[in-house]
Write a new protein. Structure first.
Ligand SMILES: *Cc1c(COP(=O)(O)O)cnc(C)c1O
Length: 362
């Protein structure tokens, strides 16, 4: 069986580290999209509410609906609401981020139709990530439209494309400058005054002086901030463990796994673990021989990762069926393990599949 142990104490620690970098008046928006980065949405979100975060944020409407079903009452931002979900969004009292004219007008129509006024919304500007958001040049269009839209603009924000990049970063500096301009335009044009925000987790570490009125943190709550030095201040929330379900001795020259993915250069002990690419341990972990930890020793994943299993070379390590193997957590964190397969903590964590049991540790 595979278990992801989730430490609420470490979540508290990570939250406090982030808060310590923020001014008291700065609001904390905790980002819990994608099942709270692959952890356990309900317990994670409830713990954050208990810690006193000001709002939660998700990517899509359905995720916000899930949170409301858990009876979470605090504001919930939806970063990327899709047009066909806007009625659901309104009926769950979720706060959409409006990122282009089409979404803006679609929401306006729904609210007018329902006779709603002063509905809380957020405005997203594209200052250089070039993914989603109004362009700075569209601010005038927004100001014109707001006059007779049933909206209350809660906040205005943008998102850095490389917040972890070593300073000085030309791109980040440009984005900050552009956002400052957007801020002053909106302060003049919108009443009551909205609040402003720009930083994600790495941004809080790298640009604390640009925290404006709020920050939006996700990955740092899980113990990662895209820089080994910053990671040191945080604690990994999750420890992923599996256990040996078979041990096989193979002779020199034998191949292991599909398509002769690995060939023994000498007589070898192979342990098989019941976790595979269907659980989020992707195929790149095989050829890179990423280590996992058995009785505190690094043992490499070998061969091609199967859908339901991986094989590890345990030659010389005293072990038996049922012995626990740590995939990531204490000996190597998720970010270090992810790097072995050329990916990042975000992808590794959010890919962890539903067959892995989540154990929330209060
Ligand atoms: C996911 C997301 C965040 C959180 O980023 P982290 O790097 O996980 O802190 C913040 N803002 C937006 C717009 C996001 O989509």
């Amino acid at each position: 069986m595979n278990t992801l142990y989730l430490s609420s104490q470490n979540l508290t620690h990570n939250y406090r580290v982030l808060r310590s970098k923020m001014e008291d008046k700065t609001q904390f928006i905790a980002v819990v999209k994608a099942n709270a980065y692959g952890s356990a949405l309900g317990a994670f979100a409830q713990h954050l509410v208990h810690l006193g975060v000001d709002a939660l944020a998700v990517a899509y409407t359905e995720e916000g609906t899930q949170l409301r079903a858990l009876e979470i009452q605090i504001p919930i931002l939806v970063f990327y609401p899709q047009i066909h979900t806007l009625s659901e969004l309104v009926s769950n009292n979720l706060e959409p981020c409006l990122y282009n004219q089409t979404v803006f007008l679609a929401l306006k129509n729904i609210l007018l139709h329902e006779g709603r006024t002063d509905y809380p919304v957020h405005l997203k500007y594209n200052t250089g990530l070039n993914r989603i958001g109004f362009l700075p040049e569209e601010a005038e269009w927004v100001f014109d439209q707001i006059r007779n839209a049933p909206f209350q603009i809660q906040s205005v924000y943008s998102h850095l494309a490389a917040s972890e990049e070593k300073r000085p970063s030309t791109l980040s500096d440009q984005q900050i400058k552009s956002f400052q301009k957007i801020k002053s335009l909106h302060l003049e044009a919108i009443t009551p005054q909205p609040y402003f925000h720009l930083l994600n987790s790495s941004g809080v570490f790298n640009y604390p002086e640009y925290q404006f009125d709020a920050v939006r943190c996700g990955i740092a709550l899980h113990g990662y901030a895209n820089n080994a030095e910053w990671d040191c201040e945080l604690r990994p929330l999750g420890v992923l463990k599996s256990s040996i379900c078979q041990i096989t001795q193979v002779k020199k020259g034998a191949s292991v796994g599909y398509d002769h993915g690995w060939v023994a250069l000498k007589d070898t002990s192979i342990a098989t673990l019941p976790i595979g690419h269907a659980d989020g341990i992707g195929r790149h972990f095989g050829p890179s021989q990423a280590p996992v930890y058995l009785h505190g020793k690094a043992v490499p994943i070998i061969g091609n990762v199967c859908m339901d299993m991986v094989m590890v070379d345990v030659t010389g390590v005293d072990c038996q069926l049922g012995d626990e193997v740590e995939i990531f957590g204490t000996h190597q964190n998720a970010s270090e393990f992810a790097l072995k397969a050329n990916t990042i903590s975000y992808e590794l964590l959010t890919q962890l599949g539903p067959r892995i049991v989540r154990k929330w540790q209060p």
